[in-house]
Design a protein around this ligand. Structure first.
Ligand code: UD1
Length: 430
């Protein structure tokens, strides 16, 4: 069983280059099957969720040509199957995008109900409400969503809750519906905008992505395109927190600083220096950092996917911080693991009350999900002594070459698969 082993204490110093956005890529890859022409996608992150998605796309009959690690060509003219039933696909939440893409193109889809990280109840009722409003017949049969439509017809859809997935999914189906669709209370996340830009580059007519009202005029057909995915806001934010928590100095390159504003603002509040460049941010951690309060919110608010990373950072800041998780109710499971490293955090419902401690001590911990796993790694890099993080498959779902990138910044970290390899690492680093 693979695990990360690390010896904490080195401030992270240097430059790191951020890859393409996983969550944008998941939407874009499924949207790519909505045309019969060739689609070339660049800046694809090479992470597990993406590779699972590509397998599933291939499984339903599309040609997937991985030109290199970060570039893929997709041709979906041979899709013979509107039923997605790949055992892996159930594990990734974004499998729900197949419903919007297949329903839009073929007016028919059968897709297993999604899995993904266990961070709370994650219904897809809003997605289904949107598809029904477009005229689709939807039922859930034997664990799968079954969707059919004679014609999809544009509609006025109000999303009761801001949902990234529902916004992207309904937007995809509406792209090939007749007439105009208006999505109100749409999510404004950078990846919603990226998927809309991608669809527009294929001939869709989508306006307003990035605001809370998206207007889509349906088109009859989409054509091929070449497209480069935006940088990953959460990977960037994770390295920003890694710089802060280790009191390091890291230039985080290939980012869109605007997408990072909520994270930068909080790091500045706790006393870090954050310097913005055109496509980079430099974060300089300070020996003494201060408490602050954070509430996770839809974009442009503080992202829920950065909540564990900022919480571990605050656990080593002076004073009492309060972090409120407003998006997913079950996202503090890693706090018990962090307690093994000496943190002092009390969780009451969706609120964590964090009393900053002076130091962490290394321990053996388990990654309970993707982002919490990454947070435990950066906590380990700031801890005294050795930390091991198990269940790193979660982390590999969303971070490409995580340990290599950290090592290039001076971290003492290794991925090992046996007790012997772990001992060898300990002998090497001393
Ligand atoms: C996406 C991201 C995930 C991120 C989340 C919030 C992907 C693949 N995943 O997840 O990393 O944490 O956005 O930024 O892009 N909800 C409903 N009914 C629905 C849909 C959602 O009640 O039909 C609720 C959810 O339970 C949650 C909130 O709405 O409380 C937001 O969820 P949503 O934005 O849809 O998250 P995902 O798209 O699943």
């Amino acid at each position: 069983m693979e695990q990360y082993i690390m010896k904490g204490g080195n401030p992270l110093v240097g430059e790191v280059t951020i890859g393409g956005a996983k969550n944008a890529a998941l939407g874009i890859l499924t949207a790519a099957i909505m045309t019969d022409d060739n689609v070339l996608i660049e800046n694809l992150p090479d992470v597990r969720d993406i590779n699972v998605m590509l397998e599933a796309i291939q499984e339903i009959g599309a040609d997937v040509d991985r030109i290199d690690r970060h570039t893929v060509k997709i041709n979906a003219s041979n899709i013979g199957e509107v039923s997605v039933d790949d055992e892996y696909i159930r594990r990734i939440r974004a499998s729900y995008y197949f419903i919007g893409a297949l329903l839009g193109k073929y007016k028919s889809a059968q897709v297993p109900l999604p899995g993904g990280c266990n961070i709370g109840s994650r219904p897809i009722d809003l997605h289904l409400k949107g598809f029904r409003a477009l005229g689709a017949d939807i039922s859930v049969e034997r664990g799968a969503v079954v969707a059919h439509a004679i014609d999809l017809v544009g509609a006025h859809i109000y999303l009761d809750k801001v949902s990234v997935g529902a916004t992207i999914n309904v937007m995809m189906a509406a792209t090939l519906a007749e007439g105009q669709t208006i999505i109100e209370n749409a999510a404004k996340e950078p990846h919603v905008v990226d998927v809309a830009n991608f669809l527009n580059s294929m001939g869709a007519n989508i306006k307003g992505a990035g605001t809370d009202i998206i207007r889509i005029r349906g088109v009859r057909k989409l054509h091929g395109t070449e497209y480069s995915i935006i940088p990953d806001q959460i990977e960037a934010g994770t390295f920003m927190c890694a710089a802060a928590i280790t009191r390091g100095d890291v230039m985080v390159k290939n980012v869109i600083p605007k997408h990072l504003e909520a994270i930068s603002a909080k790091l500045i509040e706790i006393g870090c220096e954050v310097i913005e460049f055109d496509d980079a941010v430099r974060v300089v951690g300070k020996p003494i950092q201060h408490h602050t309060n954070i509430n996770t919110l839809p974009y442009p608010g503080f992202p829920t996917d950065m909540q564990p990373q900022i919480t571990v950072t605050l656990a080593l800041a002076k004073g009492t911080s309060i972090v409120t998780e407003s998006i997913f109710e079950n996202r503090f499971k890693y706090v018990d693991e962090l307690a093994r490293m000496g943190s002092n955090i009390k969780v009451e419902g969706n609120v964590a009350i964090i009393d900053g401690v002076k130091s962490f001590s290394g321990a053996s911990v388990n990654a309970p999900d993707l982002r919490a796993g990454a947070a435990l790694v950066i906590a380990g890099l700031a801890a005294d002594g050795y930390t091991t993080v198990d269940e790193i498959g979660y982390i590999q779902r969303g971070y490409e070459c995580f340990e290599e990138k950290l090592r290039a910044l001076g971290a003492m970290i290794e991925k090992v698969d046996s007790e012997r390899a772990a001992q060898k690492f300990q002998l090497q680093v001393g």
